[in-house]
Design a protein. Structure first.
Length: 481
């Protein structure tokens, strides 16, 4: 009988991870910390709070396959060890969503929509320049392992919208620095909660997704989310179990849902809300960057400017204590007028030179000019160069900077003192602006750029020349479109 024997109760298992393996099965793995257990009690929940017994596993077991489940359904799990003295404490709670039956072929969004957005979802494996991911507005995620020659669709585990017509919009993809098989995708749909009424049907399939097998299968990781509108996720460069997610504050069906910043210390299994910069819950993050220098961390977040939000929050915010306190670091010396008042220019797109964590390049959201900072954003110097989108710094040389003009791409090799155009595809792009630029960390000669409509460009000579990569657009719209 449990609880009637001598001795002490066993140690609790931990690091429980749930992962869907099909439309009807979820695999559980965990770490067994006890050498005197008699077995383990596995429990399941449909809502994360009301758990019930599933099965007993033999002693020293570290995995279990739970089958016979419903398609596209989220399940929560926890386990505990037991022996004659009693039960251990519970493990962490982990959840997974069984797969949907995948949609075959391409999804083209609304009829006539040929400007599907890639947002900021270009992602190059930090250890392999040939492995590249790109997210889409309705088609899930594409991956190449041969530098862009061939691409595979990655959809397993991504939830479908209520009409089963598309996947959540993939806004950003991040790779765990210490393990390239682990990826996170920040996704958006309509702002709103995970559960509760009809509004949740438009929002409960977004949030953060995680893959532990190089993107072949994804699992939604949203325990603790209050709003799933998630344009950004970043991984701690030195501790891949620590993540930050940026949540956008926005309206849906005339209801406003607050934004904010979430942190996870267990690789996405659970999330906690941290204190955001004052007023930023009314706005949506545009860019997000986490840097590490020694034992210190710096989190930068820039926010979209909505006129009605002044002066509550706008532009670039910075935290050096994991989000406990924040400072606003816009170019205070440069002003612009709005509603008969004068404001500091709000930083929008930006990048940080990771090697020193003090050099930043950024553009503002009003006069569309580029600025440089050499002290972590405390002071800014205008460069006189114009910019309408993303900015990216070489990982090995802070003087090498790429930025977009709209349908053009520029390169500077002297810290934005001068620049020159290296890519102009205006005749093909029309109004489809560039949305993202990424530079390979393992080989900085490899540079990628992405524009709306799944137009991808690649350089193998440090951004001097670019070739158009057509395979992803061909997969969605057919060759020649």
């Amino acid at each position: 009988m449990i609880g009637e024997g001598a001795g002490s109760t066993p140690l609790a298992p931990d690091r429980l991870e749930a992962a869907a393996v099909s439309t009807s099965a979820i695999n559980l793995t965990w770490r067994d910390n006890s050498d005197d257990e008699s077995g383990l009690d596995i429990e399941r929940s449909a809502n994360g709070s009301d758990f019930y017994h599933v099965t007993l596993a033999p002693e020293n077991t570290t995995a279990y396959l739970d089958s016979g489940l419903r398609e596209g359904t989220t399940y929560y799990y926890r386990i505990k060890s037991f022996n004659a003295a009693g039960y251990s404490a519970y493990s962490n709670v982990s959840s997974a969503t069984t797969d949907f039956v995948e949609i075959n072929g391409s999804l083209k969004g609304q009829p006539g929509n040929i400007q599907d957005n890639v947002f900021q979802s270009l992602c190059i494996d930090p250890q392999d320049e040939n492995v590249v991911y790109v997210g889409t507005e309705t088609n899930g995620i594409f991956k190449t392992a041969d530098g862009g020659g061939t691409w595979a669709r990655l959809r397993k585990g991504l939830k479908l919208d209520p009409n089963r017509m598309g996947y959540p919009q993939i806004y950003e993809i991040a790779v765990a620095p210490q393990n390239s098989q682990v990826l996170y995708a920040a996704t958006i749909a309509a702002p709103g909660p995970l559960t509760g009424g009809t509004e949740a049907l438009r929002s409960n399939y977004a949030g953060v997704y995680k893959s532990v097998d190089g993107g072949n299968r994804w699992a939604q990781k949203v325990s603790g989310f209050f709003n799933t509108y998630t344009p950004h996720v970043v991984v701690d460069p030195l501790d891949s179990r620590t993540l930050f997610a940026g949540i956008g504050g926005a309206k849906s069906m005339d209801v406003f849902y607050e934004g904010g910043i979430l942190v996870s210390h267990d690789a996405g299994e659970s999330w906690q809300r941290i204190t955001p910069a004052e007023g930023t819950t009314y706005n949506t993050p545009i860019s997000m960057k986490l840097t590490a220098k020694g034992s210190s961390r710096t989190l930068y977040v820039s926010y979209m400017v909505h006129g009605e939000d002044y002066p509550r929050a706008y532009g670039l915010c910075k935290s050096t204590d994991s989000g406990r306190t924040w400072s606003v670091v816009n170019p205070g010396a440069v002003k612009w007028s709005f509603r008969e008042k004068t404001w500091s220019l709000p930083i929008q797109y930006f990048d940080v030179f990771e090697a020193d964590d003090v050099v930043l390049y950024a553009n503002d959201g009003q006069i569309k000019r580029l600025f440089k900072s050499g002290d972590g954003g405390e002071t800014w110097t205008p460069t006189g160069l114009g910019n309408y989108g993303p900015v990216k710094i070489s990982p090995v040389d802070s003087r090498v900077v790429f930025y977009t003009g709209y349908t053009t791409l520029f390169k500077s090799v002297d810290g934005l003192k001068t620049s020159r155009m290296v890519l102009d595809d205006t005749s093909r792009l029309g109004t489809r602006q560039f949305m993202d630029i990424k530079i390979s960390k393992s080989n900085p000669e490899v540079v990628w750029a992405a524009a709306k409509g799944y137009y991808l460009y690649k350089s193998t000579d440090g951004g001097e020349h670019f070739a158009r990569i057509t395979a992803v657009r061909d997969l969605v719209y057919g060759p020649g479109n």
